[in-house]
Design a binder for this molecule. Structure first.
Ligand SMILES: Cc1ncc(C[n+]2csc(CCOP(=O)(O)OP(=O)(O)O)c2C)c(N)n1
Ligand SMILES: [Mg+2]
Length: 286
């Protein structure tokens, strides 16, 4: 392990606290391709010509854009890594998108894994369905720009920021096999309800309830304004989280292929700490 830098910033040099290459080459390649296939940009910008079969024209682009890009890459990155863990360890896990405006990430992953087309057949996974899928996003007569109730697998709308953690904790009460992974935006974290909800871990009974795996998306901004958590020293908010009885595992630069390797280990550690593996092995305290 390398020593943690004083500050974890989106603007500094990339760094890792995990050494070696814990992810096998084939798995790494698949995850990298899966991440590269993410459709968020097309959903936000394009009304047609999704595969760019012909040179891009102004008419291909939506006239009024209403989608947030900022949350999407990080959310997709987390989603695909959780999928890998679900498959490998046969986990019973759901994903909550705190910044509901990051819906393109949730929708695009539901589409890529086939769930979306199962429910909404007109969005088939082929050249006939893809233009429909792109066009309908945040478009008149289409679907909303947030994780609406119609979004497959979503139990949290996220339009009014602040409640993702509370919903995640609520979902695991008396639900011992469930792990709720919840992505909290750093802007969302500045809302009163979210700032309080970190303390919900005190209400979980490991004998009776499931586990919550909170992921703070420290992308530096709330839309285009700087966030507090991203502008203070890592040490400061680490102490703050430690005081709330949470341990921190951090990473950065989701675009880097190398980061995918490091994630394998970090996710495993995070899930193990959240009780996820213990639950599946039936070693839960009764
Ligand atoms: C309670 C509440 N206040 C304000 C807003 C307006 N709003 C929408 S997105 C956003 C920024 C959220 O920041 P973050 O969670 O970091 O998401 P990111 O901008 O990184 O995608 C704000 C303030 C809202 N949706 N809900
Ligand atoms: Mg943010």
């Amino acid at each position: 392990m390398q020593e943690e830098p004083e500050s974890l910033s989106g603007f500094g040099p990339a760094r890792s606290t995990v050494q070696g290459t814990p992810l096998e080459a084939a798995e790494l390649r698949l995850l990298d391709q899966y991440f590269s296939a993410t459709l968020c940009l097309g959903m936000i910008y394009l009304r047609r010509n999704p595969l760019l079969r012909t040179p891009l024209l102004p008419e291909d682009v939506k006239i009024r854009l209403l989608g947030h890009w900022g949350s999407d890459p990080g959310m997709s990155f987390v989603y695909i890594h959780l999928n890998r863990l679900i498959r490998r360890y046969d986990l019973n896990m759901i994903f909550l998108a705190g910044p509901g405006h990051g819906a393109p990430a949730v929708l695009s992953n539901a589409y890529l894994e086939g769930t979306y087309s199962e429910i909404y057949a007109e969005n088939s996974e082929d050249e006939a369905g893809l233009p429909h899928f792109f066009r309908q996003f945040s478009f008149p007569g289409g679907i909303g720009s947030h994780c609406t109730p119609e979004t497959p697998g979503s139990i949290h709308e996220g339009g009014e920021l602040g409640y993702s953690l509370s919903h995640a904790y609520g979902s695991v009460l008396d639900n011992p096999d469930l792990i709720s992974a919840v992505m909290v935006g750093d802007g969302e974290a500045e809302t009163g309800p979210l700032a309080t909800a970190w303390h919900s871990n005190k209400f979980l009974n490991p004998a009776r309830d499931g586990a919550v795996l909170p992921v703070l998306h420290l992308n530096g901004y709330k839309i285009n304004n700087p966030t507090v958590l991203a502008r203070i020293a890592t040490k400061s908010w680490s102490i703050c989280f430690a005081g709330m009885v949470m341990s921190r595992i951090s990473w950065r630069d989701p675009s880097a292929r190398a980061c995918t390797r490091r994630w394998r280990r970090r996710w495993s550690i995070a899930c193990a700490r959240s009780g996820a593996f213990r639950m599946r092995r039936g070693e839960r305290r009764r």
